[in-house]
Design a protein around this ligand. Structure first.
Ligand SMILES: [Zn+2]
Length: 186
């Protein structure tokens, strides 16, 4: 297989043909890259390996990350470097998302839109004093997977609302247009 460079969310293969390895996630039997990097195949397993750390990504880069901590009005977001959909390796690299950069319109607190553990797609919009600053203002940016604040079950998009399939709790997020797209065939 020739080396192919992919970015988060790129379709790289199907589960019929391959196993999903490091740097990938599966939605509806389709394997997608979860990081920016090169695709490798070994023993029918597809993985994406990353060449750059978060700090090396430039302004304008879009990546998938996880909200690791919230210290209002700021969220600390780590880049996905682990294996599988919800696994992240320990990292001391965080980018910063200010509440005002979450979406258009006034957002006072990060917690109005995101919770710790949410998987979001964000864009690096600025780098100052070694700090990467993010925005999620954009149709394809925002939460791609979010979890119930009561029971931590993933939330499902239902008629523009997020609802926990487990306990029925409703919640809202600034979501990306393809939020958990496995739930809507495409
Ligand atoms: Zn729940």
């Amino acid at each position: 297989m020739e080396k192919k460079f992919v970015v988060p969310g790129d379709f790289i293969g199907t589960e019929e043909e391959y196993l999903a390895g490091d740097g990938t996630y599966v939605e509806g039997e389709r394997i997608y890259s979860s990081i920016a990097g090169e695709v490798f195949e070994s023993a029918r397993k597809l993985s994406v390996r990353q060449k750059k750390s978060l700090r090396q990504l430039g302004v304008g880069t879009v990546f998938v990350g996880r909200v690791e901590n919230i210290v209002e009005p700021i969220a600390l977001v780590s880049m996905r470097v682990g294996q599988g959909e919800d696994r992240f390796e320990e990292t001391d690299e965080y980018a910063v998302l200010h509440a005002s950069m979450i979406r258009k319109g006034f957002v006072k607190n990060v917690r109005d839109e995101y919770r710790i553990g949410d998987i979001i797609r964000a864009k690096i919009v600025d780098e100052r004093n070694g700090e990467m600053r993010l925005s999620t203002d954009g149709e394809n940016l925002g939460a791609i997977k979010a979890f119930c604040k009561s029971c931590r079950h993933p939330l499902k998009l239902e008629a523009r609302l997020l609802k926990c399939e487990n306990c029925g709790q409703k919640d809202s997020r600034k979501i990306a247009s393809d939020y958990r797209r496995a739930d809507v065939q495409y």
